[in-house]
Design a binder for this molecule. Sequence first.
Ligand code: G6P
Length: 370
Amino acid sequence: EQIEKGGYEHFMLKEIFEQPKSVHDTMRGRLIVDEGVIKMAGIWDHVEKFKNANRIIIIACGTSWHAGLIGEYLIEEYARIPVEVEYASEFRYRNPIITDKDVVIAISQSGETADTMAALKLAKEKGAFIYGICNVVDSSIARITDAGSYTHAGPEIGVASTKAFTAQLTILSLIALKLGNHNGNLGNAEFMRLISELDAIPKKIEEVLNTTHELTQNIAKDFISATNFLYLGRGYNYPAALEGALKLKEISYIHAEGYPAAEMKHGPIALIDENMPIVIIAPKKGHYDKIVSNVQEIKARKGKIIAVVNKGDTQVSAMADYVIEIPETSECFSPIVASVPLQLLAYYIAVYRGANVDQPRNLAKSVTVE
Ligand code: G6P
């Protein structure tokens, strides 16, 4: 096992550090920047199904569901196809309306999650075209779908998903850009700009790993005794906030809640005092001014602010107790980069609390019972 961990103390840390490679591998052979194309047989062979779909329904559980939420933002923004995202366990039991004009995408690292599998079977029975985004090759979900795209993240051993999540975001970005360019909603110039940016994401993840590894350890030391955490973000980074909170609760057993920053005033703001740590994801692109006013509200209530901002940020940084800088990207790719320091922060808080990071209590890597 020590050898498999490749010198890292835990699989989770190893997998966090593998992300420049896993994101790159997920794009390899698909994103050809020189030719200005995205090649994805799974999508291309069925492009008319997507183009003519009434809507796309994304079903998933856990971290994969968070990826689905970001997929909704991506596909609606660039391909202009209506998207709904559902927990597989809710979808399968609520008598959903599904027709043969719907495309149902299941996202699953393991490809074995029982609820996702059952939801897909239901969609298939009702005539929907079913598509899989799985990491494990030849898994049950990959086998029953009509088509699909594998994430090439490699085996993920840590129960808390990290590199599978960023690989899922990579696939969803490719799908959204491909469909958008094909159906004419995303013009060639903007398509070219976005694909070159996506191509540069592995390097940006590498940079973030280098610049935030020690920093997140230092921040983690100050929160070993925390009992609650709030994670806030807007737009594409609202689901990233949900995922940041999930990582922390899964492995450190600290209660954490993710929230859209603007919804804070409808409830969570009542919880804020000098004992409440608040992680706020505030890159320059994406409702920055709105986030600034959210941060002012937190500051006025003496919350402890850990801000994830772009390099050179001044406004949010001036109010924050801790500043984590990440390189700039288009808003749609920022969750891929912003998630990395949040994974590290959760990891180190859990390690310092002596938790079993790779196998947290009560959790399973793959939930094959409902
Ligand atoms: C379990 C795992 C999570 C994962 C979820 C969905 O809860 O602990 O990390 O996100 O299942 O799994 P899947 O394999 O379908 O992505």
